[in-house]
Design a protein around this ligand. Structure first.
Ligand SMILES: NC(=O)c1ccc[n+]([C@@H]2O[C@H](COP(=O)([O-])OP(=O)(O)OC[C@H]3O[C@@H](n4cnc5c(N)ncnc54)[C@H](O)[C@@H]3O)[C@@H](O)[C@H]2O)c1
Length: 338
């Protein structure tokens, strides 16, 4: 446990102070960058189990940013390490992004999602209650819906997730809803689809590029290639998150965030990745309909509610994918996330 880049006395004019859990991850690091640009004072916490300092390199020297290395699943350590930052400047909003992002790892060992997806939420809410922080924006997921085969709206239910990750996210949503009843003033639950772009720490483009970097005889693709999901570019996700938090004014707000289309197939992604990184390499599908236990091979996402609030993405899934493939290719040419 250590504290880096401590802010020596914060600017008096900065009254908006955000606490971002999972700040060193793919989404957290981009969010931190945007919040700082928008004039927030930001305290980021992460234990680097999956994220890295490198992801935060552009902001590490920003005097309005403080990075604290701590396991959010350890309540005593969390309380101890964040107390000085909160005492210096009360936190007005928590962005809870920390979670296990490897669904397969959580299926193999249920304790992974219990700790990194659920206990992190429990502890985040505990410190919010103790420090009287009343607003939370939560990174939830399409995985809470399970494999229902219907157009997924925020009202769809009953929800039976098929991965421990989805189960622990759904349980986290329940904790947040209960906290709104008792001590939170406002909460935003945002259910993300597959998010792509740099700095990738996981996900299909990252996984396929990493495999190709090892120069295998062929490109192994999990599943039969027919899985089809919506994809959203990270830049648009950040826009959408900020928009929802600024404009959704119920005490408890729940929104799907995604593109307005049925997504792209894994086969199309694999072919585009091969084209970008190793055009001569054959592709080999492992053949089963699901990529892994807990995978939801096809889902359709309604973003009607988000559209009514006033936000729609510019890119389709296919456009986001094309952009992200070239960005992640560039990212991995300079190895930094391994
Ligand atoms: N990327 C996606 O496609 C996607 C889709 C749906 C939901 N989400 C959610 O968005 C959030 C961010 O995901 P991401 O893609 O940036 O994943 P990521 O793995 O890149 O980021 C998560 C961060 O949380 C940190 N973390 C995990 N457990 C921790 C702990 N116990 N203590 C402190 N830090 C811890 C990791 O080190 C990592 O930096 C997660 O909550 C994830 O479930 C992501």
């Amino acid at each position: 446990m250590s504290q880096d880049n401590a802010v020596p006395g914060t600017s008096a004019s900065l009254t908006r102070h955000a606490l971002v859990t999972g700040a060193a991850g793919f989404i957290g690091s981009q969010l931190v960058d945007r919040l700082l640009n928008d004039g927030w004072l930001v305290t980021g916490v992460d234990n680097f189990v999956r994220g890295s300092r490198q992801n935060l390199a552009p902001v590490l020297l920003n005097r309005n940013f403080q990075l604290i290395e701590v396991d959010v699943a350890d309540l005593d350590d969390l309380r101890k390490t964040i107390t000085p930052a909160i005492r210096r400047q009360p936190v007005t909003l928590v962005w809870h992004m920390a979670a296990n992002s490897d669904i397969a790892a959580g299926v193999a060992d249920a304790r992974v999602d219990l700790r990194d997806t659920f206990i992190t939420t429990f502890n985040t809410l505990e410190v919010m209650r103790e420090f009287r922080i009343q607003r939370i924006a939560f990174a939830s997921t399409s995985a809470v819906y399970g494999d229902l085969g219907v157009l997924l709206t925020e009202d769809t239910g009953p929800l039976f997730p098929i991965s421990n990750y989805g189960a622990m996210k759904l349980a986290s949503e329940g904790l947040i809803s209960a906290a709104v009843e008792s001590y939170l003033d406002r909460a935003w639950i945002m259910r993300f689809p597959n998010v792509i772009g740099p700095p990738a720490t996981h996900g299909i483009i990252f996984d396929l590029m990493k495999k190709l970097a090892g120069d295998p005889p062929d490109l192994e693709v999990l599943g039969d290639g027919k899985q089809q999901k919506p994809y959203l570019h990270i830049s648009e996700l950040i826009e959408a998150m900020l928009f929802v938090v600024a404009n959704a004014t119920n005490r408890l707000n729940c929104y799907n965030i995604g593109p307005p289309d049925e997504g792209v197939t894994v086969r199309a992604i694999a072919e585009a990745v091969r084209q970008a990184a190793a055009p001569a390499k054959p592709i080999r599908y492992t053949g089963i309909s699901k990529g892994w236990v807990g995978d939801v091979p096809r889902f359709r996402y309604s973003i009607e509610k988000l559209s009514r609030l006033g936000w729609r993405p510019r890119y389709t899934s296919a456009e986001a994918m094309q952009r992200a493939i070239s960005e992640v290719y560039e990212q991995l040419r300079v190895p930094c996330n391994s």
